[in-house]
Design a protein around this ligand. Structure first.
Ligand code: ADP
Length: 626
């Protein structure tokens, strides 16, 4: 560069010397343009200007130096011509410099971009390789230079390379996605734009290739499409019917009403069925899943209802509630609705909406669950329950009457026995009127007991709380013994009471507890019907153990059979010809109602026979009703 400047200076000096000191009457100064051309490639704009000014100054100096007196016109013309030539050359050199600077900055731009850009010559060899290409592929410009880039990058594309070359030759350009491999072995996806340069000149026939790395974008799109696919599968295969609505027109209607100043939207809509109908008609159905198609009896999405009012039954309170929820910006809404299938079948469904943000109101999904069958089953269940209630009432009535019959059998038998006895005393000669009275009194007492039994059993069956009073246990047992006295005697049974409850009281219903004892004693008497007359014995025992009091009825009969021991407390279990199997069931119910327990005891080897015992809690000191 320095050489050039030195050469230029020498040239300028030589031209100046010839121009000033020789007598050549020609335009030597024109040669100054050579100085400018010599430095034009490398000098800066300022240097070029200064050099041009210097050359003109030298030409002027030479002119005035050689023509100090008379100036010939042809000499002036030569000067003007030379100066014009220098100026024109300076202008051209400066223009070229500016062009070069523009090209250089444009080339820099190619390096600034993150796209990989390279240029291949007519033979397909790399002649330019920008920084982006170095960064993306890992090969430097020097390494890539002169190579076939697609061999280097193992480019794979859907159309073959020869097809791409064909397209380039025909159309001058091609673009599409290709897969390439970087220096470190990574596979990348790039969007490639190829342009064949046809402008005549140095670059004619070269191909400029711009590649944008889309690996991440492609992965994101792939992930998105997979997730979309996944949700689509869920949407399609869900057991719940789903359809999508475009609710934008509805929201617009509601917003318009608000803008008009409607404050009570519920009332406003409630009074305008036409408006309601119009709003409903504006709801477009945009998608439906397979379950939805099946539910509505439609075979394809294309044939599905286009609008909500195609299948929703008349607008009602629920639709207004839905509109209010949408208007209020509620996050969800759920309600029952009536819909009509394509075949006209009326279904009840549970509809649940999740309202998206307002900008997504064009695709609002509703999950729809068919509850028609459930409602039908519920109604059937309701009906059956009603029928069952009726049957239960009938059964209860039967049970009450059976229980009453069972419980008054014993007093009735007693009454007739006492009446017969009274008759016999009357037939005596002379009649024993005192005994007649005693028998009649006993008959009267039995009748009174019977009536009380009926009352209690009825109140018990109708779940009236038993009357609770404080009862002396031994006194209770003695009273029961008196009531069955006739039966005991008539069957020749020996009754041996051992009453050791020592004035302990229980809290309970006297008649009911007496009834329990009468039942147990009667069972014992009946169990011994096959026992020889002299061996019929009933041992009645009471005792106290801690907070409880026990009563035991023990007979000398055959004892409970294996099945009876298991099932005796079950209603209607009986081993007797005329038995009803209710006695022990009632005993257990009554004893349990008194927080007590009743059980069949296993008899000892030394003392066989039926053995049944009751335990009841001892009454507290300040028991109510005492
Ligand atoms: P029912 O007296 O009408 O048969 P219960 O409920 O009073 O009904 O008795 C059920 C069954 O328990 C009787 O049929 C009988 O087999 C058995 N049972 C009750 N008491 C005794 C007893 N003391 N000894 C033997 N078996 C008894």
């Amino acid at each position: 560069m320095k050489c050039r400047y030195a050469g230029a200076a020498a040239l300028a000096a030589a031209i100046f010397a010839i121009d000033s000191f020789t007598m050549l009457s020609s335009a030597v100064a024109v040669l100054y343009v050579l100085v400018l051309i010599l430095i034009g490639d490398t000098a800066s704009e300022r240097t070029i200007r200064a050099t041009a000014a210097g050359c003109i100054a030298l030409a002027l100096f030479s002119f005035f130096y050689g023509h100090d007196d008379a100036v010939a016109l042809d000499a002036v013309l030569r000067l003007v011509f030379s100066v014009a030539a220098v100026l024109a050359t300076a202008f051209i050199v400066l223009k070229r410099l500016a062009d070069q600077q523009t090209v250089a900055s444009q080339a820099e731009l190619l390096d600034v971009t993150s796209d990989a850009i390279f240029l291949t010559d007519v033979a397909g060899r790399v002649i330019y390789w920008n920084h982006g290409a170095e960064a993306l592929y890992g090969w430097s410009f020097d390494e890539a230079y002169g190579q076939d880039p697609h061999a280097l990058l193992a480019t794979r594309s859907a159309p073959s390379r020869s097809a791409i070359r064909g397209a380039l030759a025909r159309e001058g350009s091609w673009e599409g996605e290709v897969t390439q491999t970087t220096r470190d072995g990574r596979t990348i996806h790039v969007f490639s734009r190829l342009r064949r340069r046809t402008e005549p000149g140095r670059y004619e026939g070269t191909t400029l290739e711009t590649n944008t790395d889309i690996t991440q974008r492609k992965a994101a799109i792939e992930a998105l499409s997979q997730s979309e696919q996944r949700f689509r599968t869920i949407f399609e295969t869900l057991a719940v019917a789903i359809w999508e609505h475009d609710l934008r027109p509805v929201k617009a209607e509601l917003d318009a009403l608000r803008a008009e100043g409607v404050e009570d939207l519920a009332q406003h809509l409630g009074q305008r069925p036409e408006l309601l109908r119009r709003i409903r008609a504006s709801v477009r159905i945009t998608d439906v899943n397979s379950t939805g198609l099946r539910l509505m009896g439609v075979s394809s999405k294309e044939e599905f209802f286009t609008h909500l009012d195609g299948f929703l039954t008349d607008p009602d309170e629920d639709f207004i509630a839905f509109l209010l929820a949408l208007d209020a910006g509620a996050p969800h809404f759920q309600s029952e609705a009536g819909i009509r299938t394509r075949q006209g079948e009326l279904l009840r469904v549970l509809v649940a909406f999740n309202f998206p943000p307002p900008e997504l109101l064009d695709r609002v999904q509703a999950s729809v669950l068919n509850i028609t069958e459930r409602i039908r089953v519920q109604e059937a269940l309701q009906r059956t329950r009603g029928q069952l209630d009726h049957a239960l009432r009938a059964a209860t009535i039967g049970e009450v009457s059976a229980s009453i019959a069972h419980e008054i059998n014993q007093p009735l038998a007693a009454i007739s026995a006492h009446a017969a006895a009274a008759g016999r005393w009357m037939d005596r000669d002379p009649p024993n009127l005192a005994e007649v009275r005693a028998s009649l009194d006993a008959a009267g007492a039995a009748a009174h007991h019977a009536s009380q039994v009926v009352r209690r059993v009825r109140s018990f069956m109708t779940k009236v709380e038993p009357e609770r009073t404080r009862l002396d246990v031994d006194a209770l047992v003695e009273e029961a013994m008196r009531l069955v006295q006739g039966e005991i005697v008539s069957h020749g049974v020996a009754l041996a009471p051992v009453l050791e409850a020592d004035g302990v009281a229980v809290e309970g219903d006297r008649i009911m507890l007496q009834q329990v004892l009468i039942n147990l004693i009667t069972n014992a008497v009946q169990a011994m019907h096959a026992t020889p007359a002299g061996e019929r014995r009933i041992a009645l025992r009471t005792w106290r153990a801690g907070g409880r009091v026990g009563i035991e009825v023990r007979d000398s009969g055959p004892g409970f059979g294996a099945e009876a021991a298991q099932k005796a407390f079950e209603p209607f279990f009986t081993t007797k010809a005329g038995g009803m199997g209710l006695g022990l069931a009632m005993c257990r119910t009554i004893v349990n109602a008194h927080d007590g327990e009743i059980r069949i005891d296993i008899p000892g080897d030394d003392a066989p026979g039926g053995r049944i015992s009751i335990t009841l809690p001892v009454a507290g000191r300040a028991a109510p009703g005492f």
